[in-house]
Design a protein around this ligand. Structure first.
Ligand code: SAJ
Length: 435
């Protein structure tokens, strides 16, 4: 027999607040609103609040026509006023979890959201944290805030963790169809949070605790960071041994089981992989455990920008050109192909090093019209044969699909290719140097 709370969930008589309207929160708010819930997004950024209320999407994965239909239908709105929480039954937290300058987790956004939610915890509110964080955050950081005025878990509120798995730009795997892990601080929390999410998302994967769910996400991304570190180290070995690492990986990938291809590159960028494993190693240290794979992978991955600079210097040296005063054209600066995001992009570390050594830098990236290098603003140049001819070295850092690699190779004297983007392009001997 359904309890009144369960009944209200299945009848969508269960208003939901989504705190943080970024690339995770806005798609999630749209999914719940599209499933028939009344959803209020909360964000401190007035621009986001204004855009949502105008039905104007600023997230690539959220089409404006879908957003505007939900807003016009009165199903979805945004506010920067937390007092709307008094009328909410569900609260989903999707705030940033960056690193501090000391490379410790910065959970201040989670604390701020929790403090703002606490006064409104009553009537069995279901609170779900989605922000990537260390195992123990729900129990050790949020629970003391939620219970400080005497409110009771499994009575006044329920608390669970559900890792975000959004892959921006991925049209095949979306917020709606990516399986969603859910772990509550108690089994009842898991059950009710799973019931709520199952109304809007296709597949829920319940686990035994919030800690377990927090760990799932960190395993997923640490798995990637460590394997990228491994393949980068293999690339460094292959350089020493005169072996073509790209051919080795492609051949290893012919194994139909027990192998998953990762590729070497100029370093580890993005807002997930350089950060998530550090949350895990930080927490492990508090348990007197040294997460050696994570630290080693971070060391290898953070060395790659320096390795790229040495490849460039060696290649110019072969042409009796010093780095100093050489005209170097960086091609592709975003943190990975076909995105415009510059967060933690290895291109910045490479360009800073080249500039320090006196190179004359310019860059092309159709997805990144402007960037700031050590506080200096730089604008992207249009990629032309003339520009390539005028450069002493073209360096491919990010292999966007919309770049003409035939033209890059045919118009350049020297190409340093850190992504194997010129695979299959005919070139005179020595013109293309690969990672
Ligand atoms: N990279 C390599 N070699 C590889 C793969 C990636 O050097 O073989 C580099 C990329 O160039 C980039 C960095 O690593 O600089 C991270 O790349 P990523 O492919 O892991 O992309 P992200 O950072 O966008 O990771 C996100 C994660 N999604 C979430 O956290 C929800 C990750 O779990 C996804 O698997 C990944 O997207 C994805 O597959 O797109």
């Amino acid at each position: 027999m359904a309890t009144p709370l369960e009944k209200r969930i299945s009848e969508r008589d269960f208003p939901i607040a989504v705190i943080g309207l970024g690339y995770v929160g806005l798609p999630l708010a749209v999914e719940f609103a599209g499933a028939g819930f009344d959803v209020t997004g909360i964000d401190t950024d007035a621009g986001k609040v204004e855009a949502v209320n105008a039905g104007r999407s600023y997230i690539g994965d959220v089409p404006t026509d879908i957003l505007s239909r939900l807003v016009e239908g009165g199903r979805l709105r945004a506010s920067s006023d937390y007092s709307v929480l008094k009328d909410m039954d569900g609260v989903i937290i999707c705030v940033p979890t960056p690193l501090r300058k000391t490379r410790d987790p910065d959970v201040s956004f989670i604390v701020e959201a929790s403090e703002k939610i606490e006064p409104y915890l009553s009537g069995g509110k279901i609170v779900v944290l989605e922000s990537t964080t260390y195992p123990g955050t729900c129990e050790e950081l949020i629970m003391p805030i939620f219970t400080k005025s005497g409110r009771k878990l499994d009575r006044d509120f329920y608390l669970a963790f559900s890792p975000e798995r959004v892959d921006p730009g991925n049209e095949r795997y979306t917020t709606k169809n990516i399986p969603k892990v859910m772990g509550g601080v108690t089994p009842e929390c898991t059950r009710l949070a799973s019931l709520l999410y199952s109304q809007a998302l296709e597949k829920i994967v319940p686990v035994s605790s919030a800690k377990s769910a927090e760990m799932v996400k960190l395993l997923e991304n640490t798995f990637r960071a460590v394997n990228i570190g491994l393949v980068n180290e293999i690339a460094l070995m292959c350089t020493k041994m005169g072996i073509h690492v790209w051919e080795v990986i492609d051949a290893a990938a012919s194994k139909p089981f027990g192998f998953m291809a990762f590729y070497p590159g100029p370093g580890l960028g993005g807002h997930c992989l350089p950060i998530d494993p550090i949350y895990l190693s930080w927490k492990a240290r508090l348990h007197d455990f040294e997460a050696r794979f994570i630290e080693l992978a971070a060391a290898v991955n953070s060395y790659m920008p320096l390795h790229v600079v040495s490849l460039i210097a060696d290649a110019l040296n072969e042409r009796e050109k010093p780095l100093k005063n050489s005209r170097i054209l960086v091609i592709g600066v975003a943190y990975k192909k076909d995105v415009s995001d510059m967060r933690e992009s290895p291109s910045l570390a490479i360009m800073e090093q080249l500039e320090k050594k006196g190179a004359r830098l310019s860059y092309c990236d159709p997805n990144v019209p402007r960037l700031s290098l050590g506080g200096r603003a730089m604008s992207a140049l249009p990629l032309t044969p003339q520009l390539l001819k005028e450069s002493d070295c073209a360096v491919i850092i990010t292999d966007h699909s919309n770049l003409d690699y035939e033209m890059i190779v045919s118009s350049s004297d020297l190409v340093v290719d850190t992504r194997n983007a010129t695979k299959g392009v005919e070139a005179p001997p020595g013109r293309v140097v690969r990672l």
